[in-house]
Each structure stands twice: as C-alpha cells, then as structure tokens.
Design a protein around this ligand. Structure first.
Ligand SMILES: C[C@H](O)CC(=O)SCCNC(=O)CCNC(=O)[C@H](O)C(C)(C)COP(=O)(O)OP(=O)(O)OC[C@H]1O[C@@H](n2cnc3c(N)ncnc32)[C@H](O)[C@@H]1OP(=O)(O)O
Length: 747
C-alpha cells in the first residue's frame, strides 16, 4: 500500500528568501505558470496545469503541482485526485527551452523519485489523469504515475524525448514498458512515435477512451472507484505482467540495439535509452529510475541536444515571418485545389493534398498522361496501405477526393492552383497566362518550380500579386519541407494562406525570397559541384559519398544526383550557370555520362550501377568517363586530393554550401539563419543533430571556414572564394548566424 507522505517529498518554495522585486516578478510569472486546485462536492480534487500554450512543465509548475498535491492529500474532504491540463491540452512535456545548456536543468531526484514515485505514485489517495490534446514527454510520464488514465480518442500520447537528443527523465523508460510491453515501448521511444487515445487504450497505456464531454466526469468517477476499491489501484512502476521472460527481453533488446546502430549514426542517446530500459528490467525498476536520472541529466546538457532543440524552435520560428504574419491577416478558406501535371512531383503533391482532405483536380494534357498521373497517386496511397497506415476502404475514400481533367473548364471556382510541369520557362509562362484567364481573380497561382525566377514565370500576366512559389521536395507526400517563395509583388495575404495550407498538409513551411534556386536548391548547388571538382582532381567519388554519409547526410552527392536524374540536374545547372557564371564549376562529367545513356538510377546506370532491386554498387567503368572529363577540363590529378582525409572531404563539400547560404542571407532571400537551418535539415536531410547548416558552421567558426575557402580559392579557383558576408564576419570573428545590419533585406 502507499507509503506515508510527508511534506519533505514536496519542494515548497520559500518566499522569505526572495527580495521584494524578485518576489513580485516571480508572482506575475506564476500567475501564468501554475496549477489550480478545485475540490468538488464528490470529494475529488481536480488539479489543472495552466501554462499556455501547451502546459509545459517547468520548475514553477513542479512547485505548484507539489503544493496542490500536498493540499489535496492533506484535506479530509478529498478522497481522490484528477489531474488535467487547461484548455484541452494535458501537457506537452518538460519545457525544453533550457535544454542543451551546461547549467543544471531540474532537480530530477526530487521530481522523478521523491515527488513522482514516492510522493504521487505511493500516495494514500489515488490519482487519475484526464487526457485530452497531448500528453507528451514529461506530460505522459506524469500521467503514467497516476493510478489510471482516461483519454479522448484523438489525444496524442508519447515519449518523443529522443527527437530532442534526451531520454525520458521522469520514469518514462521504466513505466512505459510495464504498461505496453517492451517492444512497443521501445518503438514509441526510439522513433518518438505518439499514439492516439484509441490505440493507447488497446495497448494498455490508458484505461478508457471517452468523448471530450465525458472526460472529466469519467475520470472523477474512476478516481472515486479506485479509492473505494471498486477498481484496481495500480502503481505502474511495480507491474511486471507485461514484461516477458528474461530470454525474450534479451532478444528484443539485442534486435533494438542492432537497428539503432544501423540507423542512428554519430549519436549515442538511443543506445543510452536501451541501456536504461534494460537496467530497470534486469535490476528492478528503482535501479532503472536512478540510471535514468543520471543519464538524462547528462544528455540534457549535451551539445547534440542543444542542436536538436535549436532545430525544434527554428522549425516553429520559420512560420513567423516579419512583415507578413505579424500584420493580422487571417488565412482565407481554401477548399478546392488544382494541380497541373501528374508527373512525379504533381502526383506527390496531389497525394499530400488528398491525404489531408483537400478536394483536388489533377490536370494533364492527354488521357495517357492523366491515367498515369492518377495511377501514381493510387500507388502512393497503396504504399500507405502496405505499411499498415491506411485501410483499403480509406484508400478509396481518399482517392475519391481526386478528379482528373484535361481542360481548364473546372478551374472556374478553384481557390489555389499548383503548377508542377517540367522546368521549361516558356511553357510555365504560357500556363500562367492561361491560368490568369481561367481561374477566379482571388485564386492563388502557385508554381512548384525548384529554380526558375517566379517573376519571369509570371511575366505574361497582370497577376504578380497572387503568384507564389510552392516548392515541394520529392517525394512530395513524404518530405516535410514546403519552401514558400514570395516575390516583391506577392501579397502578404497569399503567403499567409499558403502557410496555413502547408500546416494543414503537415508540412514544415519556410518562407523565402525570389531568386534563381530560391533557398534550398541554391544553397545546395555547390554540393554536387564541389564533389565534381574533387573527382576531376583525383578524389574517388565513392570515398566522397562515403565520407558525406558518415557525416550524416542520407546520401552523398553522387548517389543523390543519380536519384534525382541527370536530366533534372542539368536543367538546374543551366539556370545557375546563367545566373551565377562566376562561381560555377564547369565539369563535363555528367553530360559525358548522359551521352552514353547513363542518366542515373532510372536508367540503371549513373555514377553507380543498379541491380533490379535498385541497389547501388560502385561501377569500375566510371573511371574512364572521369578521365575524359578531366582532359576536357584541362585539370590534372592532385596527389593531395587523391589522399584527402574524410574530414577534409566534408569541409570541401560543405564550406561552399555555407558560403552560398551566407549570400542568401546577405541578400535577404532568407529572413534569418535559422530558416536556412530548417531548409537544409528538412529539405536536404542535413543531420538535425548538427543543428542545420549555420548552426554547424558556427560551431566551427567563421574564421576557420573563411581561411580554408581562401586557401582553396587560391589553389582551385573562384568556386571557393568566400563571399563578402562570410569574409566580413570572419574578420570580425562573429558568428555567421547573427543578423546583419549590412544585409539588404529584399523581403
Ligand atoms: C523530463 C522529460 O522526460 C523531458 C521532456 O518532457 S522533453 C519534452 C518532450 N515533449 C516534446 O518533445 C513535445 C514538444 N512539442 C510538440 O511536439 C508540439 O509543440 C505539440 C504537439 C505539443 C504542440 O504542437 P502545435 O499545436 O503544432 O504547437 P507548436 O507550434 O508546436 O507549439 C506551440 C508553442 O509551444 C512551444 N512548445 C511546445 N512544446 C514545448 C516544450 N516542450 N517546451 C517548450 N516550448 C514548447 C512551441 O515552441 C510553440 O511556441 P511559440 O508559440 O512561441 O512558437
């Protein structure tokens, strides 16, 4: 039975030690971050966490929560306790804004063992969590300390700490396996997968699922039932019935470790998480709690966490655009959307839209292409069915939102058109002129171009104010980034509308300015170019790809060019060549390969050769093409570059990317460096645990980057020449990500 509760379990703050000013400041702070205790006639004390917007846990909240609990436990008229969050959100977890700092974050001993375990879980009065909205991280950990959990069907429950480089630190590694079993708990923690209330109930994580209206009455009754022994009084930490035999445990942990070693390169926190879970199973849950405390404290201070927390906040900051989202524009209702072109991109965009309940018209030029486009959408949905994410019935319902057409007849009442045809300037110009005539005057006219200047695309229209870039990344129904491109003419309302649609499509939108390549393609165009320069001077291409994947990119430059296809790569290069000739590295290697019908993965040969299962292997024949390209370029093999180290490969490939990112920032194409961090992570798979392109560059220092670029530009030409923004920051020794007064914002 629950042990004796004494006030020492609850850290109570001592006002007398605070000065008057600090006390006042603290009181106004607490007015926003607090818990509220209300005792009903039924004898149930309702404790509500109030810390908008997501009721995150802070030290203040813990103080207030412990005070509320202490009162509830001490009052004779209270028989049981219900915990909930204000405004339909249980709790979004611990406030992560201080994670990644060297200072101590919490007093986990007080919270995890003394407060949560020996205080709440062992209390003489039962607690029930009433969960709506989200119960994530520390929020779910608090709920698991309660003796039962009632949830709404759509509430999301999970322990997503690992996506921030930390492990659950309030008992989650111990209680989750005991509630849902080891395999499921590892899956939920290692891939930061949240489950909805209904699934949580079938897993045993929650005890009942009810509608939002019934949530509180049910939770109150449940709590009273426990107190009167009509329902079991369960302390999750000591359950063992969901844990399998020791042999099963070993098998599951072994498998999890092998998966993590394959997938989580350069980071240790997933393995730490598994070790902590194992400790609890082998040595008992209290031993597990202590190990969890020690490890989570360490990880909270780690540099990796600092990077991942930066990405978390940068992602949220990306949808706040000065001069646009702070002007009070409300997003307009967008119901009907047309997509032009049913190729790879168009079908992906249409899939993403119908998956998020938009009605979509897909237009193609003839029956054959239309049929193929709709077929692609169906195939995209079928892959969801195969992965168990969707039922056949849901597939048919989703597909019924798509209608194929061959003309503009039905465009008369569309709210948004997304053009996704091939990268041909005059074709796009013609299409936009037609759209202007066929669509209503309020319709947003968006292009999915990845490189072409939008003002040029809209040259033949008088609708520049409603022309905007909606650049998706392939596969569009999978990749999270949406690059919203606005020109000097695009109206703020249109940007606000598109931001809202992006959010509804569960994309991460980043708003950038208009130029050739915008932010993502432009920032990364030196990525493949630097690789070509190295190869022509003797570096083995497969060593380059290997070094870059070891750094953490999903693919090296050659493998990713194969995937994109040489046709697309050449079309983009032509745009850059026209716009930035002075810093293009002009290699003939790709055109030479193309001449020999090697155009990348789709032709089974590119830089790699591909078997029937699309597995890439190095091709010994590549060397002869490289030699030919080398002779055309008139360069010779440089023994330094033949024997270049992996670290130097990474710097020679990525410093030109940093250099271009600096130009983009200096020109005001991006509003802030953090937006380019998000663009690199979400659009190109730059490792999030390095914080994004600028965050990583600043960890190395502007001086180091500039001096290396300088050195290479003397040896290998202007391709490496540091831009004025970078050179200036290096001279002053200031970080590249600091906003610049000298930048000339065009947005
Ligand atoms: C000790 C423990 O084990 C450690 C932990 O608990 S670590 C934290 C674990 N929790 C998480 O990882 C959840 C993080 N949050 C989220 O996933 C999402 O914010 C959410 C699902 C809760 C809400 O999503 P959504 O409604 O789209 O709102 P979103 O824009 O993301 O967040 C709203 C605001 O709350 C902030 N916020 C959300 N969760 C936060 C958190 N855990 N800490 C600090 N701020 C947080 C956001 O930064 C944003 O602030 P802004 O308005 O100033 O931009």
């Amino acid at each position: 039975m629950p042990s004796e509760i004494s006030p020492r379990h609850f850290p109570v703050h001592c006002h007398s030690s605070l000065g008057k000013a600090r006390r006042q400041e603290r009181m106004s702070h607490e007015a926003k971050r607090t818990t509220v205790l209300e005792v009903g006639d039924d004898g149930v004390a309702l404790i509500t966490i109030v810390n908008p917007p997501v009721n995150a846990l802070t030290i203040d909240i813990f103080h207030s929560l412990s005070e509320s609990y202490e009162q509830a436990l001490g009052r004779e008229d209270v028989k049981a306790i219900v915990v909930m969050g204000a405004k339909g959100i249980f709790c979004g977890g611990f406030d992560v804004s201080g994670f990644g700092e060297q200072k101590e974050q919490t007093k986990p001993r007080n919270t995890s063992v003394d407060f949560f375990t020996d205080g709440l879980e062992a209390a003489k009065k039962p607690s029930v969590a009433a969960i709506d909205g989200v119960a994530l991280g520390g929020g779910l950990e608090l709920a698991m300390v309660c003796h039962a959990r009632i949830s709404t069907p759509t509430a999301r429950l999970g322990l997503p700490e690992l996506q921030l480089g930390v492990i659950p630190g309030l008992g989650g590694t111990q209680r989750l396996p005991r509630l849902v079993g080891l395999s499921k708990s590892l899956e939920m923690m290692l891939v930061s997968k949240a489950v909805e209330g209904t699934e949580a109930c079938s897993l045993g994580l929650v005890d009942a699922v009810v509608s939002p209206n019934e949530l509180l009455p049910t939770a109150r009754k449940w709590a009273l039932d426990i107190s009167q022994c009509r329902r079991p009084w369960v302390a999750s930490l000591y359950r063992t019935d969901r844990l399998g035999s020791l042999e099963e445990t070993r098998q599951i942990l072994k498998f999890a470790r092998s998966q993590v070693k394959k997938q989580a390169l350069n980071v240790n926190y997933p393995l730490v998480c598994i070790d902590v879970v194992e400790e609890g199973i082998i040595s008992g849950s209290r031993a597990g709690l202590w190990k969890e405390i020690k490890e989570s404290q360490q990880l909270q201070k780690s540099y990796t966490t600092k990077c991942l927390v930066h990405v978390f906040f940068a992602q949220r900051g990306a949808s706040k655009v000065p001069g646009i989202t702070d002007r009070g524009f409300m997003p307009r209702q967008v119901n009907k959307i047309a997509v032009l072109g049913g190729g790879l991109m168009g079908s992906g965009i249409a899939t993403a839209l119908i998956l998020n309940n938009y009605s979509v018209i897909l237009k193609e030029v003839n029956e054959k292409y239309l049929h193929a486009g709709i077929g692609r959408v169906r195939a995209n949905l079928e892959s969801h069915v195969k992965k168990g994410k969707m039922t056949e019935e849901k597939l048919e319902r989703t597909l019924s939102l798509l209608r194929g057409v061959l003309d503009y007849e039905s465009f008369r009442n569309v709210d948004l058109v997304i053009e996704a045809v091939i990268e041909d300037v005059s074709l796009k110009q013609q299409i936009f002129a037609e759209l202007e005539k066929c669509c209503p005057p309020y319709c947003i006219l968006a292009s999915n171009t990845s490189t072409i200047d939008l003002t040029i695309i809209g040259e033949r229209t008088k609708s520049l104010d409603r022309i905007v870039g909606a650049h998706f990344f392939s596969p569009a129904h999978v990749m999270p980034l949406l690059e919203i491109v606005r020109t000097q003419h695009t109206s703020p309302q249109v940007v606000v509308d598109l931001l809202n649609i992006g959010k509804k499509m569960k994309k991460i939108p980043v708003v950038v300015g208009n130029c050739t390549g915008f932010a993502v393609s432009r920032m990364f165009f030196p990525y493949t170019q630097a690789a070509l320069l190295l190869v022509e001077r003797g570096t083995n291409p497969y060593r380059i790809d290997n070094a870059i994947t070891k750094f953490g990119m999903p693919m090296g430059p050659f493998r990713s060019t194969d995937l994109v296809g040489f046709g697309v790569a050449v079309a983009a290069s032509m745009q850059f060549l026209e716009k930035f000739p002075e810093r293009m590295y002009k290699s003939m290697l790709i055109p030479i390969l193309q001449e020999d019908k090697r155009a990348g993965e789709s032709t089974n040969k590119g830089f790699y050769q591909y078997d029937q299962r699309r597995k890439a292997t190095p091709d010994p024949n590549l060397e002869k093409y490289i030699e030919k390209a080398r002779s055309i370029s008139g360069v010779t093999v440089d023994s330094k570059l033949v024997n270049i180290t992996e670290d130097d490969i990474v710097e020679m490939i990525f410093f030109p990317v940093v250099n271009e990112a600096c130009r983009i920032l200096a020109e005001g194409i991006a509003v802030k460096a953090a937006d380019l961090d998000i663009a690199a992570v979400m659009g190109r798979g730059f490792p999030p645990y390095r914080g994004g392109i600028f965050f990583w560059a600043d960890s190395l220092g502007s001086k180091h980057i500039c001096s290396r670029l300088d050195e290479w530009s003397k040896m290998y030409g202007d391709f490496f020449k540091p831009c004025p923004y970078l050179a200036e920051r290096a001279a002053k020794g200031v970080p590249l990500s600091l906003s610049s007064d000298q930048a000339n914002p065009r947005l």
